[in-house]
Design a protein around this ligand. Structure first.
Ligand code: ZN
Length: 409
């Protein structure tokens, strides 16, 4: 088995594995397609929520790949890194792909500020040498068959919103390069309040380029809804129109890959994404593998599944807070008392049940216990280990659906 390595601009697909036992199924699906696989991928937040260390995440993938006799190239993504300390611990564990999340430095209030509110903030970042208006004003940026110019107000707003985030990203990239000069570096701005506009993407891309920060990917926030654990919701034609612009801007400023976060289960838009992005594409998935694990648990031990579902109901109101989902408390309550023969459909195929289980994974895997005191995590891992073939088959089927639709465009 080869160690994880940087993938550079190869088309790639990330398989997040919160339980540490999904790699055999991920590998089985990946082998049939031309995406470079990322078999270790966890955000700092997910590692905190599952109480796993970066080394444990790496070891789980390596052990499975070694056992399978896999000798191909694969990557390891330390996702949503916010601080230099996040870089240090994940670099030490052997991660090769580093996703910088500068969201704490994005000024979302800039979207609604008046020109007179924006001006002093823009003047301040100019004084700090964070941005230079002359790089933009009076210039036309051409890409594909499009061209963009910045009006003074659009420039001021965009610079105030993203200027400090780019400065922070440049510092993070320098930290990453000090550990691994050839690392893959991605910048994610997907967890913002509104869709990333072409002007915003262009500004971020040009500022990174000006600072000499070479990235292999950028994750915009797309139009429409990329909710956790379910299909895309939104206008497909508008999604495609915006994606074409993002792809062209990525070629102008990089080239770098367009990275699709919350990429799980976005089946309706996969053919569009595959067709528009071509090889300049990275897709990230994570929670959907946990749901396939629970599908395996339900099929072999409905009693354990019932206990997990019941516990998830008690956690939903609290755990949903940090997630982008539309499922309401009432929709979740309506699932209670349903018949066992309907559970797979209600909890694992349809939105309310999927989102209920998606947002409560941290509590289930670190706090929840069975009446006899066994932790849910131990119970789940025991059933998955004893039924490894079923678990692998469910994951393989699920990710073949993802990958084949991405290749269908
Ligand atoms: Zn993300």
């Amino acid at each position: 088995m080869q160690k994880a390595s940087p993938l550079s601009l190869t088309k790639s697909f990330g398989f997040g594995d919160r339980l540490g036992v999904a790699t055999p199924g991920h590998l089985a699906a990946a082998l049939g397609y031309d995406f470079a696989p990322i078999f270790a991928q966890q955000s700092i937040r997910e590692m905190a929520r599952t109480q796993r260390t970066p080394t444990e995440v790496m070891t789980a993938a390596e052990t499975a790949l070694k056992a399978a006799g896999f000798n191909g190239v694969w990557g390891a993504d330390a996702d949503h890194l916010k601080t230099p300390e996040d870089v240090q611990v994940t670099a030490a564990a052997g991660f090769t792909f580093f996703t910088i999340d500068p969201s704490s430095y994005v000024n979302n209030r800039a979207d609604t500020m008046s020109a007179s509110q924006l001006e002093p903030l823009a003047a301040q970042i100019e004084r700090e040498d964070i941005f230079h208006p002359s790089d933009y004003l009076g210039k036309t940026f051409e890409f594909g068959s499009q061209s963009l110019t910045f009006s003074p107000e659009t420039l001021t707003r965009t610079a105030v919103k993203y200027g400090r985030a780019i400065a922070h990203s440049a510092n993070m990239a320098a930290e990453i390069r000090s550990h691994r000069a050839d690392a893959d570096i991605e910048i994610s701005v997907d967890e913002t309040d509104f869709a990333t506009t072409p002007h915003e993407h262009l500004f971020v891309g040009l500022e990174l380029k000006r600072r000499g920060v070479a990235v292999t990917g950028l994750a915009p926030r797309f139009v429409g809804d990329f909710e956790k654990g379910i299909d895309y919701k939104g206008d497909l034609a508008e999604f495609e129109r915006q994606l074409v612009l993002h792809r062209q801007i990525a070629e102008l400023c990089g080239p770098y890959k367009i990275s699709i976060h919350s990429g799980s289960d976005k089946f309706t838009v996969y053919p569009i994404i595959g067709r528009v992005c071509g090889d300049l594409l990275h897709v990230k998935t994570a929670g959907t593998s946990y749901l396939e694990a629970l599908r395996a648990v339900l099929r072999v031990d409905p009693q354990l599944f019932a206990e997990i579902a019941e516990y998830s109901h008690t956690r939903f109101a609290t755990d949903r807070a940090s997630y982008h989902i539309s499922t309401t408390d009432a929709e979740v309550q309506a699932l209670e008392g349903s018949a066992q023969q309907d559970w797979e459909e209600l909890y694992l195929d349809l939105r309310p049940g999927r989102q209920l289980l998606h947002v409560t994974f941290g509590s289930v895997l670190t706090v929840g216990r069975r009446p006899d005191g066994q932790t849910f995590r131990e119970g789940i891992l025991d059933r998955l280990t004893k039924n490894a073939a079923l678990h692998e088959e469910l994951l393989e089927r699920h990710f073949r659906k993802h990958l084949s639709l991405l290749c269908q465009g």
